[in-house]
Design a protein around this ligand. Sequence first.
Ligand code: 4AD
Ligand code: MG
Length: 430
Amino acid sequence: MSRVMIKNLGSFIGKKVKVSGWLYSRTSKGKLIFLLIRDGTALVQAIVSRQMLSEEQFNLADKLTQESSLELIGVVREDKRAVGGYEIEVESLRVFQICENYPISPKKHGVEFLLSLQHLWIRSQHISSVLKIRAEIISAARNFLNSRGFYQVDTPILTPFACEGTSTLFEVEYFGEPAYLAQSGQLYNEATCMALGKVYTFGPTFRAEKSRTRRHLMEFWMLEPEMAFVEQEENMVIQEELIYYIVSEVLRNCSNELAILKRDISLLKKVQTPFPRLTYSQVVEILREKGFDIKWGDDFGAPHETAISSLYEKPVFITHYPASIKAFYMQPDFNNPELALCADLIASEGYGEIIGGSQRIHDYDLLKKKITEHHLPIEAYQWYLDLRKYGSVPHSGFGLGLERTVCWICGLSHIRETIAFPRMLDKIYP
Ligand code: 4AD
Ligand code: MG
Protein backbone atom coordinates (compact mmCIF):
# COMPACT_ATOMS: atom_id res chain seq x y z
CA MET A 1 0.00 0.00 0.00
CA SER A 2 1.43 3.36 -0.92
CA ARG A 3 1.74 6.12 1.62
CA VAL A 4 -0.71 9.03 1.71
CA MET A 5 0.37 12.45 2.97
CA ILE A 6 -1.85 13.72 5.75
CA LYS A 7 -2.79 16.93 3.93
CA ASN A 8 -4.27 14.81 1.14
CA LEU A 9 -6.45 12.56 3.32
CA GLY A 10 -9.59 14.37 2.12
CA SER A 11 -9.34 12.51 -1.19
CA PHE A 12 -9.42 9.12 0.60
CA ILE A 13 -12.62 9.22 2.68
CA GLY A 14 -13.83 5.68 3.39
CA LYS A 15 -10.61 4.22 1.99
CA LYS A 16 -7.80 2.36 3.66
CA VAL A 17 -4.54 4.30 3.71
CA LYS A 18 -1.02 4.10 5.08
CA VAL A 19 0.26 7.13 6.98
CA SER A 20 3.81 7.56 8.31
CA GLY A 21 4.85 10.13 10.82
CA TRP A 22 5.72 11.13 14.36
CA LEU A 23 3.56 11.28 17.42
CA TYR A 24 2.54 14.79 18.36
CA SER A 25 0.46 13.79 21.38
CA ARG A 26 -1.42 10.85 22.82
CA THR A 27 -4.58 10.66 24.95
CA SER A 28 -5.48 7.27 26.38
CA LYS A 29 -9.10 6.69 27.47
CA GLY A 30 -9.45 3.06 28.54
CA LYS A 31 -10.51 1.17 25.42
CA LEU A 32 -9.57 4.01 23.09
CA ILE A 33 -6.28 5.75 22.38
CA PHE A 34 -6.16 8.99 20.40
CA LEU A 35 -2.90 9.55 18.59
CA LEU A 36 -2.24 12.93 17.05
CA ILE A 37 0.25 12.36 14.24
CA ARG A 38 2.29 14.76 12.13
CA ASP A 39 4.04 13.86 8.90
CA GLY A 40 5.33 17.29 7.90
CA THR A 41 2.31 18.15 5.78
CA ALA A 42 -0.36 18.36 8.50
CA LEU A 43 -1.74 16.74 11.66
CA VAL A 44 -4.31 13.96 11.88
CA GLN A 45 -5.95 12.17 14.74
CA ALA A 46 -5.74 8.37 14.62
CA ILE A 47 -8.04 6.31 16.78
CA VAL A 48 -6.79 3.04 18.20
CA SER A 49 -9.41 0.78 19.76
CA ARG A 50 -9.08 -2.51 21.63
CA GLN A 51 -11.63 -4.09 19.29
CA MET A 52 -9.64 -3.43 16.14
CA LEU A 53 -6.11 -4.30 17.27
CA SER A 54 -4.40 -7.22 18.89
CA GLU A 55 -3.60 -6.94 22.59
CA GLU A 56 0.08 -6.53 21.72
CA GLN A 57 -0.49 -3.73 19.18
CA PHE A 58 -2.90 -1.92 21.47
CA ASN A 59 -0.38 -1.98 24.31
CA LEU A 60 2.30 -0.74 21.95
CA ALA A 61 0.11 2.22 20.98
CA ASP A 62 -0.41 2.97 24.65
CA LYS A 63 3.35 3.34 25.13
CA LEU A 64 3.88 5.87 22.36
CA THR A 65 5.56 9.05 23.48
CA GLN A 66 5.95 12.47 21.84
CA GLU A 67 8.06 12.19 18.64
CA SER A 68 7.92 8.39 18.50
CA SER A 69 8.15 7.41 14.83
CA LEU A 70 5.50 5.16 13.37
CA GLU A 71 3.47 3.99 10.43
CA LEU A 72 -0.16 2.98 10.50
CA ILE A 73 -2.80 1.56 8.24
CA GLY A 74 -6.43 2.49 8.73
CA VAL A 75 -9.63 3.83 7.23
CA VAL A 76 -10.17 7.57 6.73
CA ARG A 77 -13.36 9.06 8.19
CA GLU A 78 -14.63 12.57 7.85
CA ASP A 79 -15.10 14.31 11.20
CA LYS A 80 -15.68 18.04 11.23
CA ARG A 81 -14.62 18.29 14.90
CA ALA A 82 -11.24 16.62 14.34
CA VAL A 83 -8.03 18.55 13.62
CA GLY A 84 -7.94 19.00 9.83
CA GLY A 85 -11.46 17.56 9.44
CA TYR A 86 -10.56 13.84 9.17
CA GLU A 87 -9.54 10.97 11.40
CA ILE A 88 -8.15 7.49 10.87
CA GLU A 89 -9.49 4.29 12.40
CA VAL A 90 -6.33 2.32 12.93
CA GLU A 91 -6.18 -1.32 11.78
CA SER A 92 -2.48 -1.94 12.20
CA LEU A 93 0.50 -0.15 13.60
CA ARG A 94 4.23 -0.31 13.07
CA VAL A 95 6.57 1.53 15.42
CA PHE A 96 10.06 2.48 14.25
CA GLN A 97 11.22 3.96 17.51
CA ILE A 98 9.74 4.82 20.87
CA CYS A 99 11.20 8.26 21.53
CA GLU A 100 12.59 8.69 25.02
CA ASN A 101 13.05 11.98 26.85
CA TYR A 102 12.29 14.33 23.95
CA PRO A 103 13.67 17.57 25.32
CA ILE A 104 10.99 19.94 23.99
CA SER A 105 7.66 19.47 25.72
CA PRO A 106 4.43 21.29 24.84
CA LYS A 107 5.00 23.68 27.77
CA LYS A 108 6.66 27.05 27.13
CA HIS A 109 10.46 27.08 26.86
CA GLY A 110 12.92 29.97 26.83
CA VAL A 111 14.33 31.19 23.52
CA GLU A 112 17.94 30.31 24.34
CA PHE A 113 16.93 26.76 25.16
CA LEU A 114 14.98 26.39 21.91
CA LEU A 115 17.77 27.92 19.84
CA SER A 116 20.22 25.39 21.24
CA LEU A 117 17.80 22.69 20.06
CA GLN A 118 17.09 24.28 16.68
CA HIS A 119 17.54 20.89 14.94
CA LEU A 120 14.49 19.65 16.87
CA TRP A 121 12.58 22.90 17.28
CA ILE A 122 12.04 23.04 13.51
CA ARG A 123 9.54 20.20 14.05
CA SER A 124 7.26 22.56 16.00
CA GLN A 125 4.03 23.70 14.37
CA HIS A 126 5.29 27.27 14.58
CA ILE A 127 8.64 26.87 12.84
CA SER A 128 7.45 24.31 10.34
CA SER A 129 4.62 26.65 9.28
CA VAL A 130 7.15 29.44 8.76
CA LEU A 131 9.35 27.12 6.69
CA LYS A 132 6.41 26.16 4.50
CA ILE A 133 5.51 29.80 3.90
CA ARG A 134 9.17 30.47 3.11
CA ALA A 135 9.05 27.70 0.49
CA GLU A 136 5.86 29.20 -0.97
CA ILE A 137 7.45 32.66 -1.17
CA ILE A 138 10.44 31.24 -3.05
CA SER A 139 8.24 29.30 -5.41
CA ALA A 140 5.97 32.30 -6.07
CA ALA A 141 8.95 34.58 -6.73
CA ARG A 142 10.45 32.12 -9.19
CA ASN A 143 7.12 31.62 -10.97
CA PHE A 144 6.65 35.35 -11.28
CA LEU A 145 10.09 35.95 -12.75
CA ASN A 146 10.13 32.85 -14.96
CA SER A 147 6.75 33.75 -16.44
CA ARG A 148 8.10 37.20 -17.31
CA GLY A 149 11.02 35.88 -19.27
CA PHE A 150 13.77 36.09 -16.65
CA TYR A 151 16.48 33.44 -16.69
CA GLN A 152 17.88 32.19 -13.43
CA VAL A 153 21.66 32.45 -13.33
CA ASP A 154 23.79 31.35 -10.40
CA THR A 155 26.54 33.71 -9.35
CA PRO A 156 29.65 32.82 -7.32
CA ILE A 157 29.83 32.68 -3.55
CA LEU A 158 33.62 33.04 -3.47
CA THR A 159 34.51 36.45 -4.84
CA PRO A 160 37.64 38.57 -5.11
CA PHE A 161 35.95 41.90 -4.22
CA ALA A 162 33.14 43.68 -2.38
CA CYS A 163 29.73 44.61 -3.77
CA GLU A 164 28.08 46.45 -0.89
CA GLY A 165 31.11 48.00 0.83
CA THR A 166 34.09 46.49 2.59
CA SER A 167 32.98 46.76 6.22
CA THR A 168 30.87 43.60 6.32
CA LEU A 169 33.00 41.17 4.31
CA PHE A 170 33.72 37.65 5.49
CA GLU A 171 37.25 36.92 4.39
CA VAL A 172 38.43 33.42 3.52
CA GLU A 173 41.74 32.18 2.22
CA TYR A 174 41.70 31.16 -1.43
CA PHE A 175 44.92 29.25 -2.11
CA GLY A 176 47.07 31.85 -0.45
CA GLU A 177 45.05 34.83 -1.68
CA PRO A 178 42.25 36.60 0.18
CA ALA A 179 38.73 36.01 -1.11
CA TYR A 180 35.35 37.04 0.27
CA LEU A 181 31.98 35.40 0.69
CA ALA A 182 29.48 37.11 -1.62
CA GLN A 183 27.47 39.99 -0.16
CA SER A 184 25.36 40.06 -3.30
CA GLY A 185 25.35 38.52 -6.78
CA GLN A 186 24.53 41.84 -8.40
CA LEU A 187 27.79 42.76 -10.10
CA TYR A 188 27.94 39.37 -11.83
CA ASN A 189 24.31 39.70 -12.84
CA GLU A 190 25.08 42.99 -14.51
CA ALA A 191 27.28 40.86 -16.77
CA THR A 192 24.76 38.04 -17.23
CA CYS A 193 21.90 40.42 -18.05
CA MET A 194 24.00 41.81 -20.89
CA ALA A 195 24.13 38.22 -22.14
CA LEU A 196 20.54 37.12 -21.46
CA GLY A 197 18.50 40.33 -21.14
CA LYS A 198 16.62 39.62 -17.92
CA VAL A 199 18.12 37.46 -15.20
CA TYR A 200 17.87 36.72 -11.52
CA THR A 201 20.03 35.03 -9.01
CA PHE A 202 18.76 33.46 -5.83
CA GLY A 203 21.29 32.32 -3.33
CA PRO A 204 22.90 32.76 0.05
CA THR A 205 24.70 36.01 0.78
CA PHE A 206 26.97 36.80 3.69
CA ARG A 207 27.53 39.89 5.79
CA ALA A 208 29.65 40.19 8.88
CA GLU A 209 27.12 42.55 10.49
CA LYS A 210 28.35 43.38 13.96
CA SER A 211 24.80 44.21 14.98
CA ARG A 212 22.54 42.12 17.16
CA THR A 213 19.07 43.07 15.90
CA ARG A 214 15.80 41.38 15.01
CA ARG A 215 16.45 42.14 11.35
CA HIS A 216 20.02 41.00 10.69
CA LEU A 217 21.47 37.62 9.91
CA MET A 218 25.07 36.91 8.93
CA GLU A 219 23.91 34.50 6.23
CA PHE A 220 20.70 35.30 4.39
CA TRP A 221 19.17 34.52 1.02
CA MET A 222 18.64 37.15 -1.59
CA LEU A 223 16.61 37.20 -4.79
CA GLU A 224 18.30 39.54 -7.24
CA PRO A 225 16.75 40.36 -10.59
CA GLU A 226 18.76 42.43 -13.06
CA MET A 227 17.36 43.85 -16.30
CA ALA A 228 19.02 45.37 -19.36
CA PHE A 229 17.34 48.46 -20.87
CA VAL A 230 15.23 48.96 -17.72
CA GLU A 231 15.38 52.29 -15.88
CA GLN A 232 14.52 53.04 -12.28
CA GLU A 233 10.80 53.76 -12.74
CA GLU A 234 10.14 50.41 -14.43
CA ASN A 235 12.37 48.71 -11.86
CA MET A 236 10.03 49.86 -9.07
CA VAL A 237 6.90 48.74 -10.90
CA ILE A 238 8.34 45.22 -11.23
CA GLN A 239 9.14 45.20 -7.52
CA GLU A 240 5.64 46.12 -6.44
CA GLU A 241 4.09 43.60 -8.80
CA LEU A 242 6.43 40.90 -7.49
CA ILE A 243 5.56 41.68 -3.86
CA TYR A 244 1.85 41.75 -4.62
CA TYR A 245 2.13 38.38 -6.38
CA ILE A 246 4.10 36.77 -3.54
CA VAL A 247 1.64 37.97 -0.89
CA SER A 248 -1.38 36.85 -2.89
CA GLU A 249 0.12 33.39 -3.49
CA VAL A 250 0.83 32.99 0.22
CA LEU A 251 -2.75 34.02 1.02
CA ARG A 252 -4.05 31.54 -1.55
CA ASN A 253 -1.87 28.56 -0.70
CA CYS A 254 -0.89 28.89 2.96
CA SER A 255 -4.08 29.65 4.86
CA ASN A 256 -3.48 26.83 7.38
CA GLU A 257 0.04 27.98 8.11
CA LEU A 258 -1.03 31.62 8.46
CA ALA A 259 -3.74 30.49 10.89
CA ILE A 260 -1.24 28.48 12.97
CA LEU A 261 0.92 31.61 13.16
CA LYS A 262 -2.19 33.67 14.08
CA ARG A 263 -1.33 36.09 11.29
CA ASP A 264 -3.83 38.90 10.79
CA ILE A 265 -4.47 38.28 7.10
CA SER A 266 -6.67 41.36 6.73
CA LEU A 267 -3.41 43.36 6.84
CA LEU A 268 -1.83 41.23 4.10
CA LYS A 269 -4.91 41.69 1.92
CA LYS A 270 -4.24 45.43 1.92
CA VAL A 271 -0.95 44.90 0.09
CA GLN A 272 -2.27 46.11 -3.28
CA THR A 273 -0.36 47.94 -6.00
CA PRO A 274 0.67 50.70 -6.50
CA PHE A 275 2.74 51.30 -3.37
CA PRO A 276 3.22 54.83 -2.05
CA ARG A 277 6.50 56.59 -2.84
CA LEU A 278 8.36 59.18 -0.82
CA THR A 279 11.68 60.75 -1.61
CA TYR A 280 14.48 60.59 0.93
CA SER A 281 14.15 64.36 1.44
CA GLN A 282 10.42 64.08 2.13
CA VAL A 283 11.11 61.33 4.64
CA VAL A 284 13.68 63.45 6.47
CA GLU A 285 11.05 66.22 6.72
CA ILE A 286 8.40 63.84 8.03
CA LEU A 287 10.79 62.36 10.57
CA ARG A 288 11.82 65.79 11.83
CA GLU A 289 8.16 66.74 12.22
CA LYS A 290 7.74 63.57 14.26
CA GLY A 291 10.54 64.72 16.53
CA PHE A 292 13.43 62.59 15.25
CA ASP A 293 16.87 64.16 15.51
CA ILE A 294 17.95 63.60 11.92
CA LYS A 295 19.52 65.79 9.27
CA TRP A 296 19.75 65.55 5.49
CA GLY A 297 22.59 63.13 4.63
CA ASP A 298 22.07 60.76 7.58
CA ASP A 299 21.12 57.18 6.85
CA PHE A 300 17.89 55.75 8.24
CA GLY A 301 17.83 53.15 10.97
CA ALA A 302 15.16 50.74 12.13
CA PRO A 303 13.20 53.31 14.22
CA HIS A 304 13.01 55.67 11.22
CA GLU A 305 11.79 52.93 8.89
CA THR A 306 9.22 51.84 11.45
CA ALA A 307 7.92 55.40 11.82
CA ILE A 308 7.53 55.74 8.04
CA SER A 309 5.85 52.38 7.62
CA SER A 310 3.26 53.34 10.25
CA LEU A 311 1.97 56.04 7.87
CA TYR A 312 0.65 53.47 5.40
CA GLU A 313 -1.01 50.07 5.29
CA LYS A 314 1.15 48.95 2.38
CA PRO A 315 4.87 48.76 1.75
CA VAL A 316 6.35 52.15 0.85
CA PHE A 317 9.22 53.07 -1.48
CA ILE A 318 11.80 55.59 -0.31
CA THR A 319 13.54 56.98 -3.38
CA HIS A 320 16.39 59.37 -4.24
CA TYR A 321 18.75 58.84 -1.31
CA PRO A 322 21.86 60.98 -1.16
CA ALA A 323 24.43 59.26 -3.38
CA SER A 324 26.95 59.66 -0.56
CA ILE A 325 25.23 57.06 1.65
CA LYS A 326 24.58 54.52 -1.10
CA ALA A 327 26.71 52.03 -3.04
CA PHE A 328 29.24 53.14 -5.67
CA TYR A 329 27.41 51.58 -8.61
CA MET A 330 24.15 53.56 -8.32
CA GLN A 331 23.21 55.88 -11.15
CA PRO A 332 23.18 59.50 -9.98
CA ASP A 333 19.97 61.38 -10.73
CA PHE A 334 20.46 62.97 -14.15
CA ASN A 335 18.97 66.24 -12.83
CA ASN A 336 20.73 66.26 -9.47
CA PRO A 337 23.84 64.11 -9.16
CA GLU A 338 23.80 64.48 -5.36
CA LEU A 339 20.94 61.97 -5.40
CA ALA A 340 20.93 58.31 -6.46
CA LEU A 341 18.30 56.77 -8.73
CA CYS A 342 17.49 54.16 -6.15
CA ALA A 343 14.71 52.97 -3.89
CA ASP A 344 14.41 50.95 -0.73
CA LEU A 345 11.10 49.20 -0.22
CA ILE A 346 9.99 49.39 3.41
CA ALA A 347 7.55 46.67 4.44
CA SER A 348 4.32 47.56 6.21
CA GLU A 349 3.78 47.02 9.96
CA GLY A 350 7.26 48.15 10.92
CA TYR A 351 9.21 45.27 9.37
CA GLY A 352 11.79 47.54 7.75
CA GLU A 353 13.61 47.38 4.42
CA ILE A 354 12.86 44.28 2.39
CA ILE A 355 14.23 45.44 -0.98
CA GLY A 356 17.18 47.59 -1.99
CA GLY A 357 17.44 48.46 -5.66
CA SER A 358 18.66 51.01 -8.16
CA GLN A 359 19.50 51.91 -11.68
CA ARG A 360 23.20 51.20 -12.32
CA ILE A 361 25.80 53.54 -13.76
CA HIS A 362 26.29 52.63 -17.42
CA ASP A 363 28.81 55.33 -18.33
CA TYR A 364 32.40 54.09 -18.28
CA ASP A 365 34.10 57.27 -17.08
CA LEU A 366 31.58 57.98 -14.35
CA LEU A 367 31.77 54.43 -13.00
CA LYS A 368 35.56 54.53 -12.98
CA LYS A 369 35.44 57.80 -11.05
CA LYS A 370 33.06 56.33 -8.48
CA ILE A 371 35.21 53.24 -7.96
CA THR A 372 38.18 55.48 -7.25
CA GLU A 373 36.19 57.81 -4.98
CA HIS A 374 35.05 54.80 -2.93
CA HIS A 375 38.69 53.68 -2.57
CA LEU A 376 37.95 50.35 -4.23
CA PRO A 377 40.83 48.52 -5.95
CA ILE A 378 40.32 49.34 -9.63
CA GLU A 379 42.10 46.17 -10.86
CA ALA A 380 39.51 43.95 -9.20
CA TYR A 381 36.72 45.84 -11.00
CA GLN A 382 38.28 45.86 -14.47
CA TRP A 383 35.92 43.20 -15.77
CA TYR A 384 32.96 45.16 -14.34
CA LEU A 385 34.15 48.28 -16.14
CA ASP A 386 34.41 46.23 -19.35
CA LEU A 387 30.61 45.93 -19.30
CA ARG A 388 30.53 49.71 -19.84
CA LYS A 389 32.92 49.42 -22.77
CA TYR A 390 31.19 46.82 -24.90
CA GLY A 391 27.59 47.70 -25.72
CA SER A 392 26.72 49.48 -22.49
CA VAL A 393 23.01 50.11 -21.84
CA PRO A 394 20.96 51.57 -18.99
CA HIS A 395 20.05 48.76 -16.63
CA SER A 396 18.55 48.27 -13.22
CA GLY A 397 17.93 45.65 -10.61
CA PHE A 398 17.17 44.99 -7.01
CA GLY A 399 17.72 42.59 -4.13
CA LEU A 400 14.85 41.15 -2.11
CA GLY A 401 15.93 39.90 1.31
CA LEU A 402 14.14 36.58 1.70
CA GLU A 403 14.24 36.34 5.48
CA ARG A 404 13.01 39.92 5.96
CA THR A 405 10.15 39.13 3.61
CA VAL A 406 9.31 35.89 5.44
CA CYS A 407 9.44 37.73 8.78
CA TRP A 408 6.97 40.34 7.55
CA ILE A 409 4.54 38.02 5.75
CA CYS A 410 4.48 35.62 8.72
CA GLY A 411 4.23 38.49 11.23
CA LEU A 412 7.15 37.20 13.31
CA SER A 413 8.94 39.10 16.01
CA HIS A 414 12.48 37.99 15.11
CA ILE A 415 14.31 37.10 11.89
CA ARG A 416 15.91 34.07 13.55
CA GLU A 417 12.60 32.21 13.06
CA THR A 418 12.64 32.59 9.28
CA ILE A 419 15.38 30.11 8.36
CA ALA A 420 15.94 26.56 9.56
CA PHE A 421 19.43 27.21 10.90
CA PRO A 422 19.99 30.93 11.53
CA ARG A 423 23.53 32.31 11.57
CA MET A 424 23.70 35.11 14.11
CA LEU A 425 26.37 37.27 15.67
CA ASP A 426 27.02 34.95 18.58
CA LYS A 427 25.62 31.74 17.24
CA ILE A 428 26.73 29.21 14.64
CA TYR A 429 25.60 25.98 16.36
CA PRO A 430 23.85 23.72 15.39
O1 4AD B 1 20.07 46.76 0.27
P1 4AD B 1 21.07 45.65 0.04
O2 4AD B 1 22.37 45.74 0.73
O3 4AD B 1 21.24 45.58 -1.53
C1 4AD B 1 22.14 44.82 -2.23
O4 4AD B 1 22.85 43.96 -1.75
C2 4AD B 1 22.06 45.03 -3.70
N1 4AD B 1 23.34 44.62 -4.29
C3 4AD B 1 20.91 44.24 -4.25
C4 4AD B 1 20.72 44.41 -5.72
O5 4AD B 1 20.40 45.50 -6.15
N2 4AD B 1 20.88 43.36 -6.49
O6 4AD B 1 20.40 44.26 0.42
C5 4AD B 1 19.19 43.86 -0.20
C6 4AD B 1 18.23 43.30 0.82
C7 4AD B 1 17.82 44.29 1.90
O7 4AD B 1 16.78 45.13 1.47
C8 4AD B 1 17.37 43.36 3.01
O8 4AD B 1 16.06 42.92 2.75
C9 4AD B 1 18.31 42.20 2.86
O9 4AD B 1 18.83 42.23 1.56
N3 4AD B 1 19.40 42.23 3.84
C10 4AD B 1 19.48 41.45 4.92
N4 4AD B 1 18.65 40.52 5.41
C11 4AD B 1 19.00 39.88 6.55
N5 4AD B 1 20.14 40.12 7.22
C12 4AD B 1 21.01 41.06 6.77
N6 4AD B 1 22.15 41.25 7.43
C13 4AD B 1 20.69 41.76 5.57
N7 4AD B 1 21.31 42.73 4.86
C14 4AD B 1 20.52 43.00 3.79
MG1 MG C 1 19.83 48.34 1.55
